[in-house]
Design a protein around this ligand. Structure first.
Ligand SMILES: [Zn+2]
Length: 416
């Protein structure tokens, strides 16, 4: 399993200048490669990341000698990224997979994330410092936490701070867990997450609290003269605030997902597709400022590491409208109703809590009824990869059951 540990750097002024230069070189190589690619494509030739890299290497010493001032990985990895971007674009265009990777576009200075890549033979980590080509040791805020084979590293900038993300291939060990307690999670606006155990998790108010400040800083930026020094200063202050808001949110999300995956063996949650978040009742969730897609991603990769598994309930499963006691559907329930009251049996419960308990029982039903090599012992002692595969089977099964089909039939159709 590949994990990345992102560590803040404390570069000297000289080192920071080098970072900026390397980022600039990576961006230049990407843009140069893209322009070349478009030219060749227009001339009915078939360019590839490999052929373009070869071409750049042959003219580098004559036309762009300054490229030698930074690590050779910077332009190389940028061209590899370009190749991957084209691969994704052609894959989605030809196969109609439902995903829509866009055609690569030129990177503009100051618009995109600044970063460059360093391959594992080019750097060494010793405790709380990293040795990079040309500039020697750069201090890190903490030492590398993961053990395993180091695959590579990316140095990137966020506002005025620099980070290194070290990719490590971590050994997978089958985890034996004693506690198989299941839990259902309902994601919402009022409470970001409601557990079937009755616990509520609220999103940090960082966004709302900082929104006024954000507005003020954007206004200040728009009033500064273009190209002026004060505009640069205002821009950096705004970027720093954006980072701060995002960091508070990331911190909260990571703590929540770690907590959940450590504590529960089976986690049942709604299968929210990020694309669908922008529709109907999910719209409000998207603007609530909590990254539900990110939360889901973290739970999916963290659960197997702690010996647990995730089961997704179909997104059309009426988790909030179905009565938990008599199973009748309460269609009159609106978003404004905070309490669920069943018109048939009079069952009354908090809306979110009721939904999370419905999600839990639906998840357990899916696990019980899914036939397969792993049977009903859903999350016994299996290796992480096996467990991930099992979880994806459960997703398929959940979808199929919601539509009255077998898993095999379901895997053939795509969700719109
Ligand atoms: Zn009822």
């Amino acid at each position: 399993m590949t994990l990345a540990h992102k560590i803040a750097l404390v570069p000297t002024l000289e080192q920071e200048t080098y970072f900026r230069k390397a980022c600039g070189t990576a961006r230049f190589a990407y843009n140069w490669g893209l322009a070349r690619w478009n030219e060749l494509y227009a001339a009915k030739e078939k360019p590839s990341a490999f052929s373009i890299k070869k071409e750049l290497n042959s003219i580098k010493s004559e036309q762009f000698p300054w490229m030698y001032e930074v690590t050779k990985c910077a332009p190389e990895a940028a061209l590899a990224d370009l190749g991957a971007a084209f691969r994704n674009y052609f894959r989605d265009r030809n196969k109609k997979t439902g995903k829509h990777a866009k055609r690569p576009t030129f990177k503009k200075k100051g618009r995109c994330r600044d970063s460059f890549y360093v391959s594992n033979d080019q750097f060494v980590i010793e405790g709380k410092r990293i040795r990079l080509p040309h500039i020697g040791f750069v201090a890190m805020r903490e030492s590398l936490r993961f053990e395993g084979r180091i695959l590579g590293a990316a140095v990137c900038r966020e506002a005025d701070r620099w980070f290194v993300a070290v990719q490590v291939d971590v050994e997978e060990e089958p985890v034996k867990r004693k506690n198989q307690a299941p839990v259902g999670i309902d994601l919402g606006v009022l409470h970001a997450a409601t557990l079937s155990t009755g616990r509520y998790y609220d999103a940090p108010r960082s966004l709302a609290r900082n929104l006024r400040k954000l507005r003020r800083l954007s206004r200040r930026l728009s009033r500064r003269q273009k190209g002026g020094r004060n505009r640069e200063k205002a821009k950096m202050r705004l970027a720093r605030l954006h980072c701060r808001i995002a960091n508070i949110r990331h911190d909260w999300t990571h703590k929540l997902t770690t907590n959940l995956t450590r504590r529960y063996g089976v986690i049942a949650m709604e299968d929210l597709a990020v694309g669908n978040l922008m529709q109907g009742r999910h719209l409000s969730r998207a603007i609530a400022g909590v990254g539900f897609g990110e939360m889901r991603r973290q739970i999916v990769y963290k659960a197997p590491r702690h010996g647990g598994c995730v089961v997704f309930v179909d997104r059309f499963f009426p988790s909030s409208k179905l009565c938990r006691q008599c199973e009748s559907k309460n269609n009159a329930l609106t978003l404004a109703d905070r309490t669920f009251v069943c018109p048939v049996c009079n069952h009354t419960e908090d809306r979110d809590l009721h939904a999370s308990r419905n999600i839990l029982s639906e998840g357990q039903r899916i696990i019980r009824t899914t036939q397969g090599p792993w049977g009903s012992d859903a999350c016994g002692q299996m290796a992480a990869t096996k467990r991930t595969r099992f979880a994806s089977r459960l997703v398929e099964a959940g979808r199929a059951q919601a539509h009255g089909k077998t898993p095999e039939e379901s895997s053939r159709r795509t969700h719109v």
